[in-house]
Design a protein around this ligand. Structure first.
Ligand SMILES: NC(=O)c1ccc[n+]([C@@H]2O[C@H](COP(=O)([O-])OP(=O)(O)OC[C@H]3O[C@@H](n4cnc5c(N)ncnc54)[C@H](OP(=O)(O)O)[C@@H]3O)[C@@H](O)[C@H]2O)c1
Length: 244
């Protein structure tokens, strides 16, 4: 298949994406800030890695330029980069505050992690991506980018910026596939943090939905913003040709 960098892969959706890609033969570079949890994820994913493929875990914060350089250097050492998955993200301030009371330092941090870091990673990786036969960037967005949910303004505006960044980049770089995908509500730590004390057991686990996301990648769907729930019924995915 190809080589991918997946950010935020120690748990939740990022880990499910890394697992699914590993099972489909991809070589992976993965990250998360906390080394212990990342090492545990690495141990769990390693047996799924196909013969001839590899998995490299690099602990660090996507908001840190040195760490971003290390991720791209790891991909370079593995032979190149075909897919960058910008999945790592922060909710911002919790409990979710209204915009007029939003702590601005936390808003700036959310923008650094959710918007600036994904763009900076593309910039860092662009020379390597250009060498791929079909380079792609998958940015994980949210319905909060388009819906005005009370309390979700900080996170939502960061995801709206990520959507717009994805759309403009797709126009500016026609040789690059750029997808912004809203995965829908998922049973993860981030979702529980957004709804503290609430029962979120009715939301699907990331593992239950991730194959649709990876089929979008491997089918080489056109650049654009997608909702995972819509992709489930997309006939193009059934007919999609595999990623080289
Ligand atoms: N869950 C949902 O319902 C939902 C809905 C819509 C969109 N999304 C989006 O889906 C994506 C994944 O969310 P999730 O629910 O799976 O979140 P999650 O369970 O909180 O997992 C986030 C992952 O990202 C890592 N991470 C967080 N900040 C990071 C940073 N600055 N640098 C590097 N790694 C970082 C975390 O590990 P460390 O803490 O160790 O860094 C963890 O591995 C996000 O983009 C989120 O906005 C989720």
């Amino acid at each position: 298949m190809g080589n991918a960098v997946v950010t935020g892969a120690s748990r939740g959706l990022g880990r499910a994406i890394a697992q699914e890609l590993a099972e489909r033969g991809w070589t992976l570079v993965v990250d998360a800030r906390h080394g212990d949890a990342l090492a545990e994820a690495e141990r769990a994913i390693l047996p799924l890695v196909a013969p001839g493929a590899s998995l490299v875990a690099v602990a660090g914060d996507v908001a840190d330029a040195d760490h971003r350089r290390a991720l791209v250097a790891a991909a370079h050492a593995l032979g190149g980069l075909d897919l960058l998955v910008n999945n790592a993200s922060t909710l911002g301030a919790t409990p979710l505050p209204s915009l007029v009371t939003y702590p601005l330092d936390e808003l700036e941090r959310a923008l650094r992690v959710n918007v600036v870091a994904p763009l900076a990673l593309v910039q860092e990786a662009m020379a390597l991506l250009r060498r791929s036969a079909r380079p792609a960037v998958l940015n994980i967005t949210s319905d909060a980018s388009v819906e005005a949910y009370e309390g979700w303004g900080g996170y939502g505006l960061s995801k709206a910026a990520l959507d717009h960044l994805s759309a403009v980049m797709a126009v500016e770089e026609p040789s690059l596939l750029v997808w912004a995908v809203d995965p829908g509500d998922l049973r993860t730590q981030m979702h529980q943090d957004a709804f503290p004390g609430e029962d979120i057991s009715d939301r699907p686990l990331p593992e239950e939905v991730v194959s649709d996301l990876v089929r979008l990648v491997e089918a080489g769907m056109p650049s654009g913003r997608y909702r995972l729930s819509d992709l489930r019924s997309a006939p193009e995915l059934a007919l999609g040709t595999p990623h080289p």
